[in-house]
Ligand binder design. Sequence first.
Ligand code: SF4
Length: 258
Amino acid sequence: MGERGLRKVRRPQGGLFLQLLVLTCLILLVVSFVLWYIPYLGLSNIHPKLPLLLAIMLGIAMLLIFIGAGSLIITTYRGRDFFLSRKLRGIVIEVLFPLMVFWGRVMGISKEKIQRSFIEINNQLVLSNTHKTKPTSLLLLLPQCIQDFDCDIKITGDIQNCRRCGNCEIKDLVEISDTYNVKIAVATGGTLARRIIVKIRPEAIVAVACELDLTSGIQDTYPIPVIGVLNQRPNGPCYNTMVDIAEVKEALLSFMER
Ligand code: SF4
């Protein structure tokens, strides 16, 4: 189980994301050529050197995009920081992901599939960075749907209210937080999650949630490094969900100074 979790966290594929990334680069190349070619005649009427200037500017922009994409691909495959993976994560989150979603939708790929791929790439970039932190600066953030639906104990304000009856995985997760001395909290949604993060001010986060919440959480909390662990939904969405405990543990350990 531990090995399975480790592989899941450390060696994600993210292949779909990388394929869409290459496609986006090629499309941008065509778009930049069109952007240069269409005003070509008009610009040369203003000044004969203007088309050359525009070509240089577009060329530099494309070069930067290709360097970024190349670094991202190499970092992902090597699993180690190749070239500014922190900055790359910012580019992936703020620039590339919206483009990936757009092209994915154009090609009929589900948003959930692209989000999963994005989470995998994000995790890979976070893990490739050597940044370590104290356990007390780590936050394990959980969705409320992991709690047994029939449990009437309120754990959103304080998860330590859990009586550890074992009817849901909150028990195991609280025990992990006690063992490693990491902070732990439950959020009912994005707004509460943001409030918890502002209050705790963690250096790094391991977040458990569905594709949608993890994606928006990773985007909202950038530049804080977040490893996303997908929940399991054997009973359908948002109801008695589960998580691979070994995977959560491995994600936390990967952030810790050992
Ligand atoms: S483990 Fe905790 S949260 Fe889960 S059902 Fe038992 S008391 Fe409730």
